[in-house]
Ligand binder design. Structure first.
Ligand SMILES: [Zn+2]
Length: 170
C-alpha cells in the first residue's frame, strides 16, 4: 500500500505544546485514574514517566510527518541563552531523538511551544523555548535542509536559520 505523499495536505498538528518535566493532568482524558494526579492537577511523579513516553511518541509522530513532507534533514537556530546570542545547530537527520535534542536543548526543565505548522511547506517552523533563564521564552527556528553537506557553504553559520527564514519571508 502506498501512502499518498503531497506537500499540500494539511498538517495534522495545529499547535504543539511540549514539556520534558511537567504535564497538566487532563481529567477529560483520564488515563491513569490516579488520585495524586487528580489532586495536583499535574501528572504526578510516578506517572511522569508515562507522560514522557507519550511526549516521545508525539515527537516521533511529528518527525515522521515532517519526513513525509520532504524534511529528511534539518537544522535549528535562533537567538538564545542568557545573552540572547545567535547560534545554530549542525545539520541533523530528521529523527525523533534529533528533534528531542533540539526541543529540549538545555539540560534543564523546559517547555516548547509551536503555535502553528503553517510554514512547514515553506521550509521552516517557528518555536518558542522556555526555561529558567528565559521564562518568557526564546524564539528558535527549525529549517529544512536538503542534505547533510550544505553546512560547508553557510556564510555565517551562527545566523544560518535566522537568515534562511528572513530570506523565505522576504
Ligand atoms: Zn499519578
Amino acid at each position: 500500500m502506498s501512502r499518498n505523499r503531497t506537500i499540500k495536505d494539511e498538517f495534522p498538528f495545529k499547535k504543539y505544546y511540549g514539556s520534558n518535566h511537567a504535564w497538566t493532568y487532563d481529567s477529560e482524558e483520564d488515563i491513569y485514574e490516579c488520585e495524586l494526579c487528580k489532586e495536583y492537577e499535574y501528572v504526578c511523579e510516578v506517572h511522569s514517566e508515562f507522560a514522557w513516553d507519550q511526549e516521545l511518541d508525539t515527537i516521533e509522530y511529528i518527525a515522521e510527518l515532517l519526513k513525509d513532507r520532504g524534511w529528511d534533514f534539518f537544522s535549528a537556530g535562533g537567538y538564545g541563552g542568557w545573552n540572547n546570542s545567535p547560534s545554530n545547530s549542525h545539520i541533523k537527520e530528521m529523527t525523533r531523538d534529533n528533534l528531542v535534542s533540539i526541543f529540549f536543548c538545555y539540560q534543564t526543565e523546559m517547555t516548547i511551544s509551536i503555535d502553528n505548522f503553517d510554514t512547514v511547506s515553506k521550509g521552516y517552523i517557528e518555536m518558542r523555548l522556555s526555561h529558567h533563564d528565559r521564562p518568557m521564552g526564546e524564539t528558535m527556528y527549525l529549517v529544512k535542509e536538503d542534505d547533510m553537506d550544505s553546512e560547508d557553504s553557510w556564510e555565517d553559520p551562527q545566523l544560518h536559520a535566522i537568515e534562511k527564514v528572513r530570506e523565505i519571508n522576504s
